[in-house]
Design a protein around this ligand. Structure first.
Ligand SMILES: NC(=O)c1ccc[n+]([C@@H]2O[C@H](COP(=O)([O-])OP(=O)(O)OC[C@H]3O[C@@H](n4cnc5c(N)ncnc54)[C@H](O)[C@@H]3O)[C@@H](O)[C@H]2O)c1
Length: 337
């Protein structure tokens, strides 16, 4: 019998790419999503690949998630479901603590009750906050500078307390995610996306106006530096983490990045070069909760999970070209927001 994987947030950008990868590898997948920021269309598309069940529910309702474990014998949980907009979290911290922290607590309690002992948790470099040294390794102090990062750190801190009940977990701290499925069948459908490369590509393809907003920070070209990792590389790391837990690996945390920082200006230049266009530039104010420079040391993931990122920003831009060429307006189905 193929093992069943529960993917929370599987109707969203990154989660849907993980669903695709696990189905392609012969696993049965159950997606749990409230469709607040996710879409039904990727679910319909991915059902053609393998056995996929969709449960519409909200993690904030303990009964919704408990029901999933009653109905399905789950082997491992990949937990992507969360709200992840830094600005929104500054405006409404309560929403983030309720959705991301309390929602995760409901998931953990349901797993404990049904004795499901493997979890892969989507965390973020936003748990580190302003960097003390670069590249950032897993031992870097975690001092989030926004409620989004804090809500994720709260979950990281809950996890060890569930080991007494049989849980083994992998925390994956992602840096900045970009790109789409290389076939172009699924991608980021947010309009506008919150993600720089996505929006720059949409601008270059004349789908939506893009103005390169240049927040002034203390970096060589004055724009924030981030570490970009392709979404297909990222979900490969989840597969590696799953294999690691299957083989009895102990609970641990890993950074997932490329190890190289690109400034906002450099990403915009890459998109301009790829399309042979010049994008508009506009001055912007420093965003609240923003930090100037961060990039990852991902050697631990390379060594222990045997994972490394393969794609560079040029390939990510190419995959976005394919995705937006087929879906200039994203998915046709509407999410709640
Ligand atoms: N996108 C990035 O650059 C990035 C970077 C670091 C970490 N992450 C983490 O990766 C994960 C996925 O991010 P994404 O970019 O795919 O976001 P997304 O918004 O596209 O996907 C999140 C999904 O979770 C669902 N969801 C949210 N709250 C829920 C709830 N209470 N109950 C059920 N479903 C709920 C949404 O409807 C959506 O489909 C998040 O946990 C995020 O914090 C993302």
């Amino acid at each position: 019998m193929p093992k069943k994987i529960l993917i929370t947030g599987g109707a969203g950008y990154i989660g849907s790419h993980a669903v695709k990868l696990f189905l392609e590898n012969g696993y049965e997948v159950v997606v749990f999503d409230n469709l607040f920021r996710g879409f039904e269309e990727p679910i319909k598309i991915l059902k053609k690949i393998g056995k996929l069940d969709f449960v519409r529910g909200d993690l904030r309702n303990a009964k919704d998630i408990e029901k999933v474990f009653h109905t399905h014998k789950i082997d491992c949980v990949l937990h992507f479901a969360a709200l992840c907009l830094v600005n929104e979290s500054m405006e409404n911290p309560g929403l983030y603590f309720e959705n991301n922290a309390m929602g995760s607590l409901n998931l953990l309690e349901a797993m404990k009750k049904h004795q499901v002992g493997k979890l892969i948790f989507s965390s973020t470099c936003a748990t580190y906050g302003e960097t003390k040294y670069l590249p950032v390794d897993e031992n870097h102090p975690q001092n989030p500078v926004n409620p989004y990062g804090e809500s994720k750190l709260l979950v990281e801190k809950m996890l060890p307390w569930y080991e007494a009940f049989g849980l083994r977990y992998v925390i994956l701290r992602y840096f900045n995610i970009c790109g789409a499925a290389s076939s172009g069948i699924i991608g980021d459908s947010k309009k506008p996306s919150q993600l720089l490369m996505q929006n720059a590509v949409r601008g270059a393809m004349n789908i939506e106006p893009f103005a390169f907003t240049c927040a002034k920070v203390k970096t060589p070209d004055g724009t924030p530096i981030r570490d970009y990792i392709d979404v297909e590389d990222l979900v490969e790391a989840h597969f590696a983490a799953f294999t690691y837990l299957e083989k009895g690996g102990k609970s641990d945390a890993f950074n997932l990045g490329n190890g190289k920082g690109y400034s906002v200006k450099e990403i915009v230049s890459e998109v301009e070069k790829s399309f042979g266009v010049k994008l508009k530039k506009r001055k912007a104010v420093h965003r609240k909760g923003e930090y100037s420079e961060i990039f990852a040391n991902s050697q631990k993931a390379q060594k222990i999970l045997k994972w490394h990122s393969k794609k560079g920003i040029t390939e990510s831009v190419e995959s976005l070209k394919r995705w937006y060429a087929g879906h200039p307006n994203g998915y046709k189905s509407q999410n709640s927001k």
